[in-house]
Structures are given as C-alpha cells and as structure tokens.
Write a protein that binds this ligand. Structure first.
Ligand code: HEM
Length: 231
C-alpha cells in the first residue's frame, strides 16, 4: 500500500462492493446506534429507574430482537471487514512521520481494543444477564461494579476512549473515502467536526461512567449482586 493509500485508509485492491459495504455499515447504522446508546446511558444521572427504562427495557420482545440485530449484525460484518483490513495494513510511520499516518495507526490499534472491549461488554452487560441469569443487567449491578471493581472502571474508561476515537476518526476516513470531503478547505472543516464528535462522545461515555460510579459508591463494597456471583 502506498503512503497516500495508507493515510486515507482506502484499499488499493479487493472487491469494491465488499469494501464499500464494510465502510457503509460502520456508519449506518453502527455509528448512529453507538451515539444513541451513549446518549441513553446518560440517564444514569437520573437514577436506576430512568437508566433501566432508557437502556435495558423494550416495549416488546420483538423490539429488543430488532434493536439487537440492527446493532450486532452490522458490527459482526464490519468486524470481519475490519480484520481483513488489519491483515493488509502497512505501518510506515518511521519513514513518513505525518499526523495522518499516526491517525491511521491509532485507527487500527483502537480497532483491536474496541474488539476486546465490545466482546467483554456485550457478553457481561447484555448476553450473560439475559441468557444466563434470565433478566437484563440491573442498574445496581453495573453501578456497583463501576465503583468497587477497578478493572471494570478501567476497561470502561479505556473502552469509551477507544470507541470514541475509532468512530470519530472513522467518520473522517469515511468522508474522504466516499468523496464527501475532498478540497483542502473541506478537509480542514471536517477535522474540526471530527474533534467535536470525538469530544462529544467522550463526554457522554465518561459522563455515564461517572454517574454509574457515583451511584455505585453509595452501595456497600461488600454487596454481592446476583450477577456478580455468576461472573
Ligand atoms: C462500535 C463499534 C465500531 C464502530 C462504530 C466502528 C466504526 C468505524 C468507522 C466509521 C470506520 C471508517 C470506515 C471508512 O473509512 O469508510 C471504521 C474503520 C475501521 N474499523 Fe471500525 N468500528 C467499530 C468496531 C470495529 C471493530 C470491532 C473492528 C475489528 C477489528 C474494527 C475495525 C476497523 C478497521 C481496521 C477500520 C479501518 C479501515 C480502513 O481504514 O481501511 N472496527 N470503523
């Protein structure tokens, strides 16, 4: 891959449609779903009932299945696409020490981090409570973990940082790849928008973590929740 291709993140060969599909699914609906999910989690500031109703409750079981498919199916397809891109990535920052090259590398490092974070998050917060315990993750459980289990707090803090960077910088490469921003002026404006998206997502994600931590620190550290017992 040439350095220009490396810095734009565009493929040099491979199926055009496959490449466009992986890129498209990352933005619609995955990006929209992720931003909506972070926004809903801010309900943690309003307490257990508000968080539970915004994040874990659905009007109908079919609504839950549909929402999960809208998020998980594109995520699975984008992940397969992304792993393919990781395998063909060329790191040449030592020879070309440019900011765009650093962003290219960070996009790939965060991809791997996000993969592990989402694997743990989807299993522990979604599938395990529902499929093993038989009910959605309770507010008290996740708040308790956030306040009294340092690895959980660390993983969520770094996970939100990785997702925010990966998604915001991904929107940048998406806009370049699809020809939405091409001129120097458009790219400068786009970079400013990307900073707003990155910082906005970080504020929502870290804000929610803080609210959960705050609620959890009011619970006794020794409380052993039902879910924790099975973790
Ligand atoms: C919340 C989950 C995720 C979101 C919202 C997301 C979003 C995005 C977006 C918007 C792009 C830019 C697409 C483009 O340039 O056209 C991208 C690129 C990329 N994603 Fe993801 N992604 C997520 C998870 C993952 C995972 C789990 C992997 C797996 C390893 C991954 C691997 C990649 C790679 C390697 C690229 C760079 C592709 C390139 O520039 O050639 N992503 N992602």
């Amino acid at each position: 891959m040439s350095s220009a291709a490396a810095s734009t993140g565009r493929p040099v060969d491979g199926s055009f449609i496959r490449s466009r599909l992986g890129s498209f699914l990352a933005v619609v609906p995955l990006t929209i779903w992720t931003i909506d999910h972070l926004w809903n989690n801010l309900a943690a500031f309003k307490g257990a009932e508000a968080w539970q109703s915004q994040v874990t409750e659905y009007s109908h079981p079919i609504a839950f299945v549909a929402s999960s498919l809208v998020a998980l199916l594109p995520l699975a397809l984008h992940t397969i696409w992304g792993i393919g891109r990781l395998r063909t990535s060329k790191v040449n920052i030592a020879r070309y020490p440019y900011f765009s090259n650093l962003k290219y590398i960070l996009q790939r490092i965060t991809a791997v981090g996000v993969l592990f974070f989402l694997g743990a998050h989807i299993w522990l917060a979604m599938l395990q409570p529902r499929l093993v315990v038989g009910r959605p993750e309770p507010f008290a459980d996740i708040a308790h973990e956030m306040a009294h289990h340092v690895p959980t707090l660390l993983v969520y803090t770094l996970g939100v940082l990785g997702v925010s960077y990966h998604l915001a910088n991904g929107l940048h490469t998406f806009a370049m790849g699809w020809g939405i921003a091409t001129s120097r002026r458009a790219l400068r404006k786009l970079q400013a928008v990307i900073w707003v998206v990155f910082l906005g997502m970080l504020a929502m994600g870290w804000g929610s973590i803080y609210a959960l931590y705050d609620a959890g620190s009011q619970l006794p550290a020794t409380t052993v929740q039902q879910t924790n017992a099975s973790r």
